[in-house]
Ligand binder design. Structure first.
Ligand SMILES: Cc1cc2nc3c(=O)[nH]c(=O)nc-3n(C[C@H](O)[C@H](O)[C@H](O)COP(=O)(O)OP(=O)(O)OC[C@H]3O[C@@H](n4cnc5c(N)ncnc54)[C@H](O)[C@@H]3O)c2cc1C
Length: 470
């Protein structure tokens, strides 16, 4: 590494980017969590690299302290836990590394580690391509890709991470390496679903896909009293959904009356061979909506902004846990509804908490063997996210407890009904889950990869395995 000095002037003289210190407006801005104040700690230093080569001096600066300062990495800063921050350490904030460059042969696109999916979709709509990424424009590419990256196109094309062709990674010892199936293959395996525990991915090379054309989206809204019919409609939809059709079900209490409400937001690709009315029939007849609004949007970029207005109204404090369910089990749906209803009825500051069910055909995700990448929940499943939301800091504990207990309930019920454990999505874990549950059969290899690329455990934030080369 370039320096062993703890002198800040030495660091700033070696980098093109900036070092932000507490008290400056730039620090205050960069310190904030993107979605929620709950994810912001107070780093001693925030380094904003302007080039990949700025990162090794920042790592050396942290390591030169006695004891070494903790290092954390922020991509989009979207994770609801404190993984993309550090108390008193060095935060490497990739906010200035957001470029997106289409290769001359138009078969791949280079995306820097601090980009958001909207940055990629924006270039995609102008250049005429798509990539597999998260459905929301502001989710960071960095954190989501190392955690799998599941989106609307995943049924047809697999996870974002299944479409990663190679990556440039800054390792804990300051080396900058290329990782692919051919080079640093263990590292390439680990960064595809193992989380941010092996290094900082400063650039992803992603497979470019042909545009799939206009997409059908919108919403059906039902009163809480119709929940049984809605669950039945969801189960019917799930039974017939192809890889080009998805529906997201929300348990929510919208302002101004905060009545329990179910919203189904369908997404249908133009590639679907079925008639839209046939696909949507369960949401119109098995359950009859109070209101419906179905629209067509031209591309992934526009679709990724559809929920902006609703999201802007959500209470600011957020904590999320996610559980993959092997199917929309009726008993689990009813159990979750009862628990969510009770909590949001009894806790007025926590009533903005929602449960979000991604009802889909797992398709291509399940065609990849679990051992092929570090990502574990491959079997057919629907991801469910429990979003605990509140306004007052004093409600945080109750909301966190509710989210954790609901996640445990869903995970244990699904394991009992299925007869085996599907694991947990690492990108919406909180870090207190056992590594054996999150990474299942891949734990042993992850420990070896950790021993090879980060034996000193420099990367500590997130779900992190102990290095073990045996
Ligand atoms: C409202 C909401 C909706 C979501 N929807 C989806 C979804 O549809 N699909 C989906 O797949 N995920 C979804 N997620 C989860 C999301 O993928 C994770 O929160 C992810 O961590 C966000 O990426 P980020 O770059 O913003 O992460 P950050 O918050 O910046 O960081 C989270 C973790 O990733 C690590 N990390 C970040 N960038 C890099 C990098 N370049 N190299 C190495 N490690 C890095 C950090 O060190 C940290 O440990 C959602 C999350 C939220 C809050």
């Amino acid at each position: 590494m370039s320096t062993t000095s703890t002198n800040l002037t030495d660091l700033t003289s070696q980098i093109q980017g900036a070092v932000l210190l507490p008290g400056s407006p730039e620090y205050t801005q960069a310190q904030q969590g993107y979605h929620t104040p709950r994810s912001a700690l107070a780093p001693a230093y925030i380094v904003q690299p302007a080039a990949h080569t700025d990162i090794p001096p920042a790592l050396a600066f942290a390591a030169a302290h006695a004891p070494a300062l903790e290092v954390a990495v922020k991509g989009g800063g979207v994770h609801s836990g404190t993984w993309a921050s550090t108390a008193g350490g060095v935060l490497i904030d990739l906010a200035r590394l957001r470029s997106v460059t289409l290769a001359p042969d138009r078969e791949s696109v280079r995306v820097q580690g601090g980009a958001r999916w909207g940055d990629v979709y924006d270039v995609g709509r102008k250049e005429g391509f798509e990539v597999v990424g998260a459905p929301l424009w502001d989710v960071g590419v960095g954190g989501s890709m190392v955690g799998g990256a599941s989106g609307n196109l995943s049924g047809r094309y697999g996870l974002g991470t299944d479409n990663m062709l190679s990556a440039t990674v800054v390792l804990a010892d300051g080396r900058i390496v290329e990782a692919s199936e051919e080079k640093e293959a263990d590292l390439f395996w680990g960064i595809r679903g193992g989380g941010g525990q092996f290094g900082i991915v400063v650039e992803f090379v992603l497979r470019v896909l042909p545009p799939s054309g206009p997409q059908t989206a919108g919403s059906f809204v039902y009163p809480g009293s119709a929940h049984r019919e809605v669950f039945k409609a969801v189960q019917e939809f799930h039974a017939s959904a192809t890889v080009d059709e998805k529906a997201t079900l929300f348990f929510t209490r919208p302002a101004p009356d905060y009545e329990p409400t179910l919203i189904v937001a369908p997404w249908i690709s133009a590639k679907s061979a079925r008639a839209t009315d046939d696909i949507l029939r369960p949401f119109r007849t098995t359950a009859v909506p109070k209101t419906e609004k179905i629209i067509t949007v031209p591309d992934q970029f526009t679709a990724s902004h559809l929920s902006d207005a609703t999201r802007a109204l959500a209470p600011p404090r957020l904590t999320i846990r996610g559980v993959p369910l092997s199917q929309p089990w009726p008993e689990i749906m009813l159990g979750v509804w009862a628990r969510w209803y009770k909590f949001t009825e009894e806790n007025s500051d926590g009533r903005g908490s929602t449960v979000v069910w991604d009802v889909r055909n797992t398709g291509r995700i399940a065609e990849v063997d679990v051992g092929e990448t570090a990502y574990v929940p491959r079997e057919p499943h629907l991801p469910v996210a429990i979003q605990g939301r509140n306004t007052l800091p004093e409600t945080d504990e109750a909301v966190s407890k509710f989210v954790a207990s609901l996640a445990n309930y869903m995970h244990s019920e699904n394991t009992a009904l299925l007869g085996r454990d599907l694991g947990i999505m690492v990108s919406i874990a909180q870090g207190d889950e056992p590594v054996e549950v999150v990474f299942g059969q891949n734990v042993g290899r992850l420990r070896k990869v950790k021993a090879k690329y980060d034996p000193e455990r420099v990367w500590k934030r997130g779900v992190v395995v102990e290095p073990n080369s045996e």
